[in-house]
Design a protein around this ligand. Structure first.
Ligand SMILES: Cc1cc2nc3c(=O)[nH]c(=O)nc-3n(C[C@H](O)[C@H](O)[C@H](O)COP(=O)(O)O)c2cc1C
Length: 323
């Protein structure tokens, strides 16, 4: 099996990195490794919808699982492999209360043996990589030694790839949003981890906004994972392949990206889908350009209306020109 290129990845983001967003991101970068939103084992095993659906174009694609029952995780990992996913990632970083009640996400950092058991159970039933996304610590458990003990235990179960959000999580008192902003970023700690565990593949995550910053991190690490910036200012993705992955393909213009998105949107509409289910992910495309506010405003005021069709996109684009 060809190893996945982990140089640049787009973070799993609940409600944001759905399959429409991922299709859009893939138009701009052929190389970025994409992650699904976190999907819980409960949803996959007991839910009514198809939580594993994706578009073939999205590959390479990792499924992020939320859970802490080893046997349920193994069941879901197997199903995901059968559906063609390229990687299974376990969420050991989400601090929300709902997730803590289910005893998964960031609180699992305090239970490295359980995480190791989960990794082992998944690895024993699939051939695709099983990886872990975690933080540098939780609450008062924020020493370097705490982090290395976690890494030692989980890597001993065969996990050789970690994505580290370079800030700890406060499990009480901070919302998930605050937990992405308030605890300080500590990139040096992640660099040190890579120096001490050179055989492991380590990606850094948290607060990265430009491809220059990515290039700087890549001097120390195997990969960079970008979340909010890749969503809010998605056009940064258009140069990922050329700037970070050695591609010599021409960079697509913003309009070319939009053009390539149109057939996908048409297909979605023909299948009875709503326009705004896709447009909400693409409104940041023209960020920083003259007229981008007019584009954004037109889309958000019109795309949710019943019967809104592809003409809304054309009119929104035209409204930019009028500025
Ligand atoms: C709206 C939103 C939803 C998120 N959902 C998840 C999730 O499902 N799983 C996860 O591991 N992290 C989730 N995160 C955290 C991101 O993956 C990432 O670790 C965090 O945003 C820091 O990276 P950034 O500064 O590049 O955004 C979410 C973040 C946001 C903004």
């Amino acid at each position: 099996m060809k190893p996945l290129n982990r140089t640049f990845s787009i973070a799993p983001m609940l409600d944001w990195t759905d399959r429409h967003y991922r299709y859009f991101a893939r138009i701009m970068s052929a190389q970025a490794l994409l992650y699904t939103e976190m999907v819980t084992t409960g949803a996959i095993i007991h839910g009514k919808g198809d939580y594993l659906a994706y578009n073939e174009e999205e590959h390479p694609l990792a499924l992020q699982l939320g859970g802490s029952n080893a046997s349920d995780l193994a069941t879901c990992a197997k199903l995901a492999e059968q559906r063609g996913y390229d990687e299974i990632n376990l969420n050991v970083g989400c601090p929300s209360d709902r997730v803590q009640n289910g005893r998964f996400g960031a609180c699992l950092m305090a239970e490295p043996k359980l995480v190791a058991e989960c990794v082992d159970a998944m690895r024993s039933v699939v051939d695709i990589p099983v990886t872990v996304k975690t933080r540098i610590g939780i609450d008062e458990l924020d020493s370097y030694e705490f982090l290395t003990e976690f890494i030692d235990t989980v890597s001993a179960a065969g996990c050789d790839t970690f994505i580290i959000h370079a800030r700890k999580a406060w499990l009480q008192g901070l919302s998930p949003k605050e937990n992405r902003e308030i605890p300080e970023l500590d990139y040096q700690r992640v660099y040190r981890l890579k120096r001490d565990y050179s055989a492991l593949n380590i990606s850094i995550n948290g607060g990265v906004k430009t491809l220059d910053e990515c290039a700087e991190h890549l001097k120390h690490l195997d990969g960079v994972m970008v979340g909010r910036e890749a969503y809010q200012n998605p056009y940064i993705l258009a140069e990922v392949d050329q700037r970070l992955c050695g591609s010599d393909k021409p960079v697509l213009s913003r309009d070319a990206v939009l053009e390539k998105m149109l057939p996908y949107i048409e297909k979605h509409l023909q299948a009875g889908g709503r326009l705004n289910h896709i447009t909400r992910h693409i409104t940041g495309l023209y960020q920083g350009e003259v007229g981008s506010r007019a584009w954004r405003r037109y889309v958000s005021e019109n795309a949710h209306k019943p019967g809104a069709g592809i003409e809304v996109i054309h009119q929104a684009r035209a409204s930019m020109e009028a500025v």
